[in-house]
Design a protein. Sequence first.
Length: 315
Amino acid sequence: MSLRSQLEELLPELLPSDPAQAIKGTELIRLVRLRLGEEYSDASLRYHFSFMASEPDSEIAKVERGQGYYRRMREKDGQRAPRGLLPLFLGENEPDVLNCRAKALALAVRQYDTTGRGVFVFSTSETGTSWIKPDLAVVEWPEGEWEENALVFDKSALQRRRMIGAPMMGIRSICVARMPGGEDGRREFFRTLATSRWAQCGELVIVGELPDDSECAALRGLAAEFGVGVLCLEIADERLGELPGAEEIFKAGDEECAALLAELTPVRLAAGRLKTLEADTGETLGGEFGALFDWLAACLERGSVEEYEFRVSCY
């Protein structure tokens, strides 16, 4: 039985239902170890706590603006809330402009997902953008093969990387914008630059119609100077509005997803420059970045990435 399955059975017994009595992560790890033993590391358990707490249908919830975990209460009808990526992927009752942004984010996730990379989704603000954290982190995993529902790393390849001091993985910081033009385009570019200093490379992804020639030239010039990549996933604004909702795009099967992505025309305006990651990056950044690096550590430790994790980890 996977660690996830074991925690789904065990956590309801350990967690208090009152958020005021929430258990801190270190104490919850101790209680879990009493039942499961020492097989799993602190990083693996912390990652699973954070990952599961982000899912509305999970038994575990995290205290807002505080520390600790508690048992999530069900709705009045006793049914689980549908699994989703809220608040990142917004519901149908939100304004159309926000729905289109959510669709753009979902399309970007699936675009990177199909290239064989893991995608970590950062939580969003009410305005949908942040100058501190990117929208996505895209992970280029070590060599591996699919076994059932998991990408299993090649152990000998991992060992060679460690022996020669090569990076264990690649990490790109991604900001997603919806058809920025003029000052908006430059603002999105510098937001990408500001939120990508921690990663090996930053990339601005524009979902919508291709900017005009002068704006494309301006973005290429900025990219050449600052080393940020720029990719346009070209699609008509009207057609973007007609696509299924963001949650449906995210959950679409392989064939459905391929059909959706076929409507996008990738246009590479500029390639980003790669730099070396600092060894203590995860520790110095903290917060959601800490959850990202806990996830990476847990995957490397067990030597695999599960299918859902391979697509996206939502903090």
